[in-house]
Design a protein around this ligand. Sequence first.
Ligand code: TXA
Ligand code: MG
Length: 320
Amino acid sequence: MAEIGKDIEKAARILSSGQLVAIPTETVYGLAGNALDEQAVLRIFKTKKRPEFDPLIIHLGDKSQLNEYVREIPEELQRLAERFWPGPLTLLVSKKPVISDLITSGLDTVGVRIPRHPLTRKLLQSLDYPLAAPSANPFGYISPTRASHVQDQLGEQIPYILDGGVCEVGLESTIVGMEEGQVIVYRLGGISVSDLEQTVGKVLILPQSSSNPKSPGMLKSHYAPKKPVVLGDLEALIEGYRQKGTVFAVLSFTRTFPDLPESLQLALSPDGDYDEAARNLFSSMRLLDASEADVILAEELPEIHLGKAINDRLRRAAAK
Ligand code: TXA
Ligand code: MG
């Protein structure tokens, strides 16, 4: 099992020796390694069982470190960085040669992010290299939002988990880049589209396509529990599955169902708060995935605030 603790210096020592450490961020926990050490980067792919065609993003402690690793940042993206960094935003920008093709899977662009979790920021500021870190889950499964989630799935394979508590946002970062003067959102995430648009005007949300995955996190089936997830109108689904005699669990936005067992239902936010719903999404899916149910029934949220990104994750979970 991995040691779980809050010792930043210990985490730094382990990382500098080429080993991996799970780190807390405001979005989800990351599986971090020295981005300038090819062996460490290879170890990330191996530990997650992640295909090497799926590029990693790098994490920095401070904007002053940026120009060591990236060529230039278009003006629109700079404005987004000003407004949302540190925070749940990843920018795709052209890389300098010091960032290896292994990180970017041969692409000219690298995903960069300055996270705002205080422990990890302090850690990053103490290092003289960036951290490559995908979400700390086996490839294709739900991202971890607490240290115990990482321990459950990767604890046998890594020496240390830096414990930063429950992730404040709970959804992965929003990934943004530019093509031909147009700002493009490649992955919906912790910063809502409306917040982005307040800063840079209309953005294009690149429709996901599994035949042409610009970014494999955009693969149709991803972020998925082991149990099947069925999305739709909860009343109708409950009625249908009850008649079939299947044991089901229910994941709703706000509602509870008095005639269903308490252990087989969760509401993401009884008060209808989108931030709370995002924060609870992945841990709720994990809990229901570990329940005795054979199937998870869920409903989409209204497409406002983080509802869009939450629905994106629900649809991918249901696409399996
Ligand atoms: O919130 C987050 O972004 C978390 C925390 C740990 O920072 N990290 C994370 O990493 O979600 P990961 O690897 O699980 O998801 C990053 C996504 C992947 O789908 C990858 O394909 C895409 O970003 N990506 C990375 N670099 C890219 C690039 N140069 N071009 C296109 N897509 C890229
Ligand atoms: Mg991931």
